[in-house]
Design a protein around this ligand. Sequence first.
Ligand SMILES: NC(=O)c1ccc[n+]([C@@H]2O[C@H](COP(=O)([O-])OP(=O)(O)OC[C@H]3O[C@@H](n4cnc5c(N)ncnc54)[C@H](OP(=O)(O)O)[C@@H]3O)[C@@H](O)[C@H]2O)c1
Length: 317
Amino acid sequence: MIDLEGSKVLVTGGFGFVGRGICKALQTRNAEAVPVGSQEANLLDLESFMQLLDSVRPDYCIHAAGYNGGIEFNRMYPADILYTNTIMGLNLHHGCEYLGVKKVLSIMTSCAYPDTGMEVLKEEDFWNGLPNKTIRAHGIAKRILQTSAEAYGEQYDLKSVTACVTNLYGPHDTFNLVRTKVVGALIRKFVEAHLEGGDSVECWGTGNPMREFMYVDDAGEAIVQALEKYDDNSLPLNIGTGKDISIKQLVEHIVEAVGYEGEVDWNTDKPDGQMKKLLDISRMKSIIDISPMSVKDGIEKTVNWYSSNKEKADAKS
Ligand SMILES: NC(=O)c1ccc[n+]([C@@H]2O[C@H](COP(=O)([O-])OP(=O)(O)OC[C@H]3O[C@@H](n4cnc5c(N)ncnc54)[C@H](OP(=O)(O)O)[C@@H]3O)[C@@H](O)[C@H]2O)c1
């Protein structure tokens, strides 16, 4: 196990949603977290990234920079998503190998998994099929992270692993309507209906699909533990809570936290998507020790944060 105390950890995307959770977890170990956004170094430009690495000289790197969004964002910008995430991942591995970073951990998403109707996603099935067509560009770009981890390990002995992180929510998430995902979109809808005195909020589908949601700081802690303890570069490590809830239950938590008193209108003409999608966390539990916050408590914290920071949160691109 790596002892991170006193070490320097570069966190790409460190000012972003997941990156902030990772930096918090690093601080609890007295490690020096060095967050990097596109102002510090554009990861699409290898030279700019190499210069940054040369000036920071980190011991370790967690790659949490990304360009992604919800289903609509994936539909509108597949080429930009593929290009940006792929080039950032390749530059990251190339630069970290060249400048002698001791270990790299890259963040992936469950959209890199095959879409074969599996309800529980196990690491061993990672390569057994293609990602869903609607998110394929993002999924394939993430698979290149896994391939880079293996290739740079084989050829250059770079220690590099990946973690496949479930759906996250929490303060500093994206709430802008083009990029937001399910939790951010629902919180924004209900908070706005509450503020405007709306008497009905439309939600898509039946509300019956089961999904897993993890509070961002719990994910940050699990990701840092993966850097400390996970060494198998042949497969990603799933990171999640191991528990799913229905979209209807999620909405109930949001309604309660917001104090919304109107109707919820389930538009069953809209598709439900896959009925269940849960990461298998058996391997994670054998390596990582966390006590995830309940969705009820996490949603309450997120709604409170969003309500107090609405203007800034809605403007985050
Ligand atoms: N959110 C989730 O539920 C979730 C779940 C699982 C995995 N993930 C993964 O976690 C990663 C981060 O997601 P997030 O939700 O934290 O997104 P986010 O809040 O948008 O953060 C992404 C960060 O990436 C940085 N970035 C983008 N392009 C860059 C570039 N060319 N050069 C340098 N930095 C760049 C951005 O920095 P600037 O703002 O400075 O440009 C931004 O802070 C992604 O890989 C995502 O797939 C997210």
